[in-house]
Write a protein that binds this ligand. Structure first.
Ligand code: ADP
Length: 399
């Protein structure tokens, strides 16, 4: 292995996902996940050369976790000494208003990421630990932070400002930050390539529909709107998150149901969305329930699509006209033909037409699924956040 590689690390509160990539060829050489860090029994999975190795083992903390990753590479390949790792790219969920671009990590940057913990209490603590340990274990190469929020730092003030008292908002850094930015940026760039158009010259809507879901409007290569806000809770209906709702519901639950702030937080983030509506958050299962005539599952699906259509319509207005392309990505967007069909149907009055046959073909490739006479191209583009992180890392270190 001679070409330069990047190790991408996504350290969560109790997991570490990692991938070794060749950014030039887009090849994912090896990767895996360490799960249930700090629990009695953890789980590690490592993939290399088409072989997957998994093992149950206790993992005390993030340091143990990353040392375990090193051991997995040595035991199951490839040997890291031969892997030509030129940099480590770290995914960081919250970069606040501090990080509009990928940033080389030094002690000061790490401190700034730590300072952002109040804005991302579930994510940034894991990132900080992951970065600390990785900098020790991979001391000879540069470490780069890639932020989920950076792509949305171009949002106009009117789009990122909540109508709260100015001083209060400023004091607590309350504004819309947006998340999934690495995916929205990668997919919108790929969409321009798929259309053979200049990225700086087209209007786009990107729907990232995974277990978390967000939608963005991208104009002339810059994000101008996105559905997630101060936290990833705002916007679309998600697997277990409510998305938009009247904020007074929070107060109502506290006053009338006697819930604490933490309990309301759990309800809104973990027990709502599709799961709250029909008990199921996986779309494959949801479709099966709909086929069986389950009313709650049908309503859950309709609520999901209704919110999505509302956003697409409002983003057309924000973009000042029909977009050149609407792209679906992530687990649901890439695999669920029915959602794409329902959104296209809702937009039929604007001349949007899906090609039902092409839309129903399963594929891992970037593809157009609209009919040739559609006023807007509908595309499906697999997202690849690890590759995007590896490439941005490489760009930053100038290789
Ligand atoms: P994450 O946000 O966790 O990265 P993904 O982008 O992998 O999530 O999306 C996960 C979701 O994608 C699952 O919850 C599931 O509902 C949906 N999904 C995955 N595969 C399929 C499929 N073949 N058909 C329909 N939905 C799918």
């Amino acid at each position: 292995m001679s070409s330069a590689t990047v190790l991408v690390i996504n350290a969560g509160s109790s997991t570490i996902k990692y991938q070794l990539l060749d950014p030039a060829t887009a090849e994912a050489i090896a990767g895996g996940i360490v799960e249930r860090i700090g629990e009695d029994m953890g789980l590690v999975e490592h993939r290399y050369n088409g072989v997957e190795h998994s093992e149950n083992i206790h993992i005390g903390d993030h340091g143990d976790g990353l040392r375990e990753v090193l051991r997995l590479f040595e035991a199951h390949g490839p040997h890291l000494a031969d892997a030509n790792i030129v940099a480590v790219g770290h995914r960081v969920v919250q970069g606040g208003s501090v990080f509009p671009h990928p940033t080389l990590i030094d002690d000061h940057v790490l401190e700034q990421i730590r300072d952002l913990i109040p804005l991302a209490p579930l994510h940034n603590p894991g990132h900080v630990k992951g970065i600390e340990v990785a900098r020790e274990l991979f001391a000879d190469v540069p470490h780069v932070a890639i932020f989920d929020t950076s792509f949305f730092q171009t949002l106009p003030e009117a789009a990122y400002t909540y109508a709260l008292p100015r001083e209060l908002a400023a004091q607590h850094s309350i504004r819309r930050y947006g998340f999934h930015g690495t995916s929205h940026q990668y997919v919108s760039e790929q969409a321009a390539m798929l259309l053979g158009r200049d990225y700086k010259d087209i209007k786009q809507i990107v729907a990232h529909l995974g277990s978390g879901a967000s939608i963005s409007a991208v104009k002339n290569g810059e994000a101008v709107e996105t559905s997630m806000g101060l936290t990833p809770l705002e916007g679309l209906v998600m697997g277990t998150r409510t998305g938009d709702m009247d904020p007074a519901i929070v107060l109502h639950l506290q006053r009338e149901a006697g819930m604490s702030a933490d309990e309301v937080n759990t309800v809104l983030n973990k027990q709502s969305g599709l799961k709250g509506l029909c008990g199921e958050n996986d779309f494959r299962e949801l479709l099966r329930m709909i086929d069986e005539g389950n009313h709650e599952a049908t309503v859950a699906f309709d609520v999901y699509v209704h919110r999505l259509v509302k956003y697409v319509g409002s983003y057309m207005a924000v973009l000042g006209g029909l977009p050149d392309v609407i792209t679906f990505t992530a687990g649901v967007g890439e695999n669920n033909a029915l959602i794409r069909e329902r959104v296209a149907q809702a937009l039929a009055g604007f001349g949007v037409r899906i090609d039902p046959e092409v839309n129903n073909v399963r594929s891992k490739e970037a593809r157009v699924v609209s009919a040739p006479d559609s006023t807007v191209t509908i595309a499906v583009i697999p997202t690849n956040e690890e590759l995007a992180i590896a490439r941005q890392t490489m760009d930053l270190i100038g290789q």
